[in-house]
Design a protein around this ligand. Sequence first.
Ligand code: HEC
Length: 217
Amino acid sequence: MKNHIKHFLILGSVIMLASCGKKDKNSPGTEFMPDMYYSEAYKPYELNPLFDDSLQARPPVEGTVSQGAFPNSPISIDVLKYPYPETPEGYEAAGKELKNPLPSDSSNLADGKEIYGKFCVNCHGDVGDGNGSIVANGKFPSPNTYWSKVGLTQGKMFHTLTYGKGLMGSHASQLTKTERWKVVHYVQSLIDAKTKGTTAAASDTSKTASAKTTKKI
Ligand code: HEC
């Protein structure tokens, strides 16, 4: 038994001494499984013999669209960064320049209405008169009617939904930009229903669907 320990110690010290003997200080010494240390992948600007032009950094494939190429296209809405800052100037600029990129068609209005019923109705009320359930039971001050807000453009609505305003919190974490634009269409339809007398957005879909199937929303 004693002999075993002796042999073991001698072997151990030989291995240790062997590993100290390298002259190059930067050398990592003996490497086990070196494949894991050295990536096989080409670096972006390395020459690559597999391609005729030897360029490793390949041009984008034909038909590639750069991020933000079509700022008003519905598909890029959620990809683009919102460019207006959370300042009064940002609010005014968004109000002037920002247009709803989605069409105000029946499908977007229906989606907007669903979102409105989940996220907005408790404060703003069914028809947008600012008399939602938590206002009616005295727990929250009325946000006032949408149509009483002078110069309220869709850009301003979107800005408010993104950052919040006064007592209304930001909805950016609950709603994607596409969803925000849809609900903006719906709010606009509530305003139009009040100010222009359009029947665009009745608050109860089941009733509208059965009673006024011919009405286009
Ligand atoms: C907790 C209550 C509450 C909820 C929920 C809420 N709002 Fe508001 N909202 C307010 C209040 C209060 C204001 C008035 C803010 C101000 O001008 O100070 C307001 C203002 C607005 C305005 C006018 C913005 C402007 O620029 O003057 C719009 C449009 C609006 N809300 C839409 C919505 C939509 C759409 C939703 C749902 C996605 C929603 N709100 C959810 C309370 C709420």
